[in-house]
Design a protein around this ligand. Structure first.
Ligand code: CP
Length: 335
């Protein structure tokens, strides 16, 4: 494997192989598998889980890693193309990225969407500009529309809980958040649940519809794997018989790039906080998933987050295990 960028790039057999490898590495650790290997980690956007879980994954496999982010004591990173660098930043990503990549055997890159132009973000122009600077194997640690490490961990989490693929009902729900957040998690989570063959409902208020190309991509993946994709703004209807609710806030697609109009719209939606009454129509054992970080009492109530439905902690631990499998394959792990 040279690139881990999008689950859509992998066959069902390849995804299953990664999931099986992650389970094997959990049960039977391989502390020498990546001895002498180095992973470069470039964070152009903030992180807790991705930062810590990649470092832990490399250490558990016997390799090493280093982290670079703009918040560190570096020279100030310029990202704009064609700029005359007479401002604060003394280093351009055109040099920084290949230099960082050259120190490792693979590189992980995180760069959130600019969130000014939906078409540009959907085309992944920024991430492609970064990966175009390197020829080392790379891992997408979250870009404008993708978060494949989260997706693989979420798939494993549902497998671990025996949540059915075919016949399993997955509700991807928008939730209130005071800020307009990127589309990477909802877009790639929608695809993942559809690809797993689940019956997926996107529950969202008007103005927060996911873009049609993403719905189409997910519908095709669902159809090919025995599932389906629908959308609704009716909470009770959407939650009927649900095995999982996966909550996430995202930017208004109606007002993408217009923070003020987005804010006006979301200010009316503070009741989109997942709470126990949401589960009235769901299965008794319906689970609550979220990629974290999550705002308590805003996105989800404390009783749900701290209660038996919530699987957010094992879901976050699975990030490390899923990434161990990716790194093992990418860096030629030996048992
Ligand atoms: N879920 C996730 O990617 O978490 P971080 O943003 O903390 O890395």
């Amino acid at each position: 494997m040279k690139v881990f960028n999008d689950l859509a790039d992998f066959s069902n057999d390849e995804i299953q192989a990664l999931l099986e490898l992650s389970n094997r590495l959990d049960a039977y650790p391989e502390p020498q598998a990546l001895r002498g290997k180095v992973l470069s980690l470039l964070f152009l956007s903030p992180s807790l889980r991705t930062l810590a879980s990649f470092q832990a994954a490399m250490t558990r496999l016997g390799g090493g890693s280093f982290v670079i982010s703009p918040d560190m004591s570096i020279h100030g990173l310029e990202t704009r193309p064609g700029i005359v660098m007479d401002g604060a930043a003394a280093e351009h990503i055109r040099e920084a990225v290949p230099v960082i990549a050259s120190y490792g055997d693979a590189i992980g890159i995180r760069a959130f969407a600019e969130r000014k132009n939906l078409e540009k973000d959907m085309a992944e122009q920024e991430f492609a500009a970064l990966t175009g600077l390197i020829d080392t194997p790379y891992i997408n640690m979250e870009s404008a529309m993708n978060h494949p490490c989260q997706n693989l961990a979420d798939w494993k989490t549902m497998d671990d809980l025996d949540i059915p693929s075919n016949g399993g009902k997955f509700v991807l729900s928008w939730a209130y958040h005071p800020k307009a957040l990127p589309l990477a998690v909802p877009a790639s989570t929608l695809y993942t649940a559809a690809r797993r063959g689940m019956d997926v409902t996107v529950l969202r208020p008007e103005g927060f519809e996911l873009p049609e190309p993403l719905m189409q991509k997910a519908s095709e993946a669902a159809a090919a794997n025995g599932g389906s994709v629908t959308e609704s703004d009716d909470r009770s209807e959407a939650m009927e018989g649900a095995h999982v609710i996966y909550a996430k806030s995202w930017s208004s697609t109606r007002h993408y790039g217009d923070r003020l109009k987005d804010q006006e719209l979301r200010n009316e939606l503070v009741d989109w906080c997942v709470d126990e009454p949401w589960f009235d129509n769901a299965r008794d054992d319906c689970r609550f998933m979220h990629c974290l970080p999550v705002r308590r009492g805003v996105v989800v109530s404390e009783p749900v987050l701290d209660g038996p439905r919530s699987v957010v902690i094992p879901e976050a631990r699975n990030r490390m295990l899923a990434q161990m499998a990716v790194l093992h394959q990418m860096l030629g792990g030996t048992s």
